[in-house]
Design a protein around this ligand. Structure first.
Ligand SMILES: C[S@@+](CC[C@H](N)C(=O)[O-])C[C@H]1O[C@@H](n2cnc3c(N)ncnc32)[C@H](O)[C@@H]1O
Length: 277
């Protein structure tokens, strides 16, 4: 029988990331994408934030640290439900948009801090909060270390939101460009690692409603080719041909002719049960 306990899930994560160098995006990458991402998050992000609000059910006197906050997908809508939010990101451009949104919305309980997962969080002044959240921002080399770090700034609960692999889309893209389907891990790696760390976490899923749509073929190509590590010119041509075959127009926007909903795994645990951290 396979030895499940023998698998070191942090090593699985590390080797997957080291084999896919394109996953290691620096702050300049996120700075360059801040505006586009903020616009997209504003369109699609509010439903996501509402779902997460229902799952977390924050209390009015709580303080929250939002690690990898982006342009405020959560910090802005959560701000009216809690006492204070410390919003942390290593992208200055993301934080500028967040601060602008707070100014324009008259929000005064969100404090932005420029820091990365690797920085010294005490020196950065992050402090201790009731709840720590890392939503779709776990772009780290050492997952175990990140979990411990996040847990140490939370008094009550820790929430991480991470991706559920879109197997159908990945298979189709790989087939279209002539590559073997990617077999890397997804949320299950995070969950199993927590189990190995002695944390019996809760888990639920957020499924985004409605198809993912694109402004035009170029935007679709741009977004899908990001999922392919080191895509070559030849492969890009194949992907473009694939999109020409499979994109259909829907009231002025473009969507793929098959649908695989985007799903996010929400994993959380109570600090009182978290004996190891
Ligand atoms: C996909 S966005 C998610 C934003 C927001 N949390 C959400 O759920 O919509 C990922 C964010 O994580 C930030 N990020 C990525 N790597 C980071 C790192 N090493 N340290 C701090 N922030 C990081 C990026 O700048 C970006 O704002």
């Amino acid at each position: 029988m396979a030895d499940m306990q023998g698998i070191d899930w942090n090593e699985v994560w590390k080797s997957w990331r080291s084999e896919h160098a394109f996953l290691n995006k620096d702050s300049k990458f996120w700075d360059a994408r801040a505006q586009t991402l903020a616009e997209r998050m504003l369109k699609r992000g509010s439903a996501y934030a509402e779902r997460l609000l229902k799952i977390i059910e924050p209390e009015q006197d709580w303080t929250i640290v939002d690690m990898g906050c982006g342009a405020g997908t959560l910090a802005v809508p959560f701000s009216e439900h809690v006492k204070a939010i410390t919003a942390v990101d290593f992208s200055g451009a993301m934080l500028e948009i967040l601060e602008k949104r707070c100014r324009e919305g008259g929000i005064s309980n969100v404090r932005a801090i420029k820091a990365s997962w690797d920085d010294d969080w005490s020196k950065a002044g992050i402090g201790l909060h009731d709840v720590a959240i890392a939503s779709r921002s776990l772009a780290v080399e050492d997952l175990r270390h990140a979990m411990i770090k996040l847990s140490r700034v939370a008094k009550r609960r820790v929430y991480i939101v991470t991706f559920v692999r879109r197997k159908e889309e990945e298979k189709r893209i790989c087939e279209a460009i002539g590559r073997e389907p990617n077999t890397g891990p997804d949320y299950i790696c995070n969950y199993n690692l927590l189990y190995q760390m002695g944390i019996h976490a809760n888990i639920t899923f957020i499924t985004e409603k409605g198809p993912k749509t694109f402004k035009d073929h170029d935007e679709a190509l741009d977004l899908l080719k990001r999922k392919v590590d080191g895509i070559s010119g030849e492969e890009e041509k194949k992907l473009k041909a694939y999109l020409e075959k499979h994109l259909i127009n829907d009231r002025g926007r473009w969507k793929l002719d098959y649908q695989e909903p985007m799903k996010w795994a929400v994993i959380w645990w109570e600090k009182e049960h978290d004996t190891n951290m």
